[in-house]
Design a protein around this ligand. Sequence first.
Ligand SMILES: *[C@@H]1O[C@H](CO)[C@@H](O)[C@H](O)[C@H]1NC(C)=O
Ligand SMILES: *[C@@H]1O[C@H](CO)[C@@H](O)[C@H](O)[C@H]1NC(C)=O
Ligand SMILES: *[C@@H]1O[C@H](CO)[C@@H](O)[C@H](O)[C@H]1NC(C)=O
Ligand SMILES: *[C@@H]1O[C@H](CO)[C@@H](O)[C@H](O)[C@H]1NC(C)=O
Ligand SMILES: *[C@@H]1O[C@H](CO)[C@@H](O)[C@H](O)[C@H]1NC(C)=O
Length: 367
Amino acid sequence: MDPLWLMKTPASFMATVTVLVLVLFCQGTLSQSSSYTLMVPPSVSVQQGLCIDIPCSFTYDQQKYQPYKLYGYWLKNEGEEKTYFSYSRPLVNGRLVATSDENLRVHSSTANRFRFTGNPDQGSCSFRINDAALQDRGTYYFRTEDRNDLRYSYQPLLQVLVTELTQKPEIQNSTEITWGKEVTFTCRAPGTCSGTPPRFTWTTALESRQRWPNNYQHRNGSWTYTSELTLKVTLTDQGKPLTCRVEYPAVGATVESTTYLPCRPRNMKINVSITSPGKPESSSHEKDLVAQEGDTVNLLCQVEATPEPTMTWMKANKSLDSPVKGTQHWFNLSKIRPEDAGEYYCHAENWLGSNSKVIRLNVHCKK
Ligand SMILES: *[C@@H]1O[C@H](CO)[C@@H](O)[C@H](O)[C@H]1NC(C)=O
Ligand SMILES: *[C@@H]1O[C@H](CO)[C@@H](O)[C@H](O)[C@H]1NC(C)=O
Ligand SMILES: *[C@@H]1O[C@H](CO)[C@@H](O)[C@H](O)[C@H]1NC(C)=O
Ligand SMILES: *[C@@H]1O[C@H](CO)[C@@H](O)[C@H](O)[C@H]1NC(C)=O
Ligand SMILES: *[C@@H]1O[C@H](CO)[C@@H](O)[C@H](O)[C@H]1NC(C)=O
């Protein structure tokens, strides 16, 4: 087979053919059959408005070519669309989205968002997508060229998935919460690279001051986007909500989170259900209950508290179970006997205080 014939075929076809030819006819010369390789994840996924760094490396036939400088190109397969590199070169399949070649302009839909971050001379074809948009979904391929004869489009393809923005901002108090004093809350936006900074909006019924966004860059180049809210909290503000909304203006996506000011356990409720063999279940919120010997009694205690309290059931000042973190807690009694009668306390506790409630269980003996 004439190698010149290969050079005249379209680039993407050539990639496949060259690999096939080398595999079929050059067995034993392993160094050659692996001279054109691409290492890139088969697919990557990013949420709308966020960004992603895609690591990539490649090799070419270094015995045949000693380029003075290599250029890298990422193209997106977009219908029949083709890209024009220069007069002297054939059209290339796809839409140019990122390149290390400053003489070329990338497609307007990805300009300023996609960045070729690797150095092709060092075998790197890494690139970054900032402000990911739903229209970035699709398959992409990498191509390298020098200013002479080296032109090669690689397999495999890279699949880019862009999903709806579901990651939520994180809200944390950055100072101790002390009633009667000022407290600062920090909201951290999802995403860490250098796209368009998101916009923050806080919502609260309390009097507060929003500080300027406090965005900072890490040593590895990634970013953290935060906003701070300072407010004076008093005991009567317990449990009040604070909402932080983060908008990604480049794609118009918004996410929000709500946090609640700490509050001691309150609004405790006990739900009781009694099941007698052969009878439908009955539920009640009564303080005084009557069950028949042999019944099943399920006690459910529910409470509001922030942070989550530890909860236990007690009878006659003795714990019936070990404390569990949460805002609801069960205690179940099956086949009850007369000695199960008595006062059952539900107890909930966090660092702000505690709460408890009692119900009285009476057991009627079987006749
Ligand atoms: C947040 O508030 C709680 C309660 O005052 C405190 O224990 C915690 O240390 C605070 N977090 C920070 C980062 O200051
Ligand atoms: C960069 O550093 C930050 C903070 O140490 C870390 O959260 C982030 O995951 C790092 N990003 C990358 C791409 O390594
Ligand atoms: C609480 O009790 C009501 C009846 O008062 C019942 O319909 C409901 O299912 C109970 N809730 C739970 C979580 O058991
Ligand atoms: C439970 O303990 C309290 C004091 O902690 C005491 O006053 C009460 O009588 C005790 N109740 C029972 C049923 O032992
Ligand atoms: C108690 O019973 C309820 C309802 O049948 C069940 O959902 C719960 O897991 C049980 N809890 C325990 C601790 O047995």
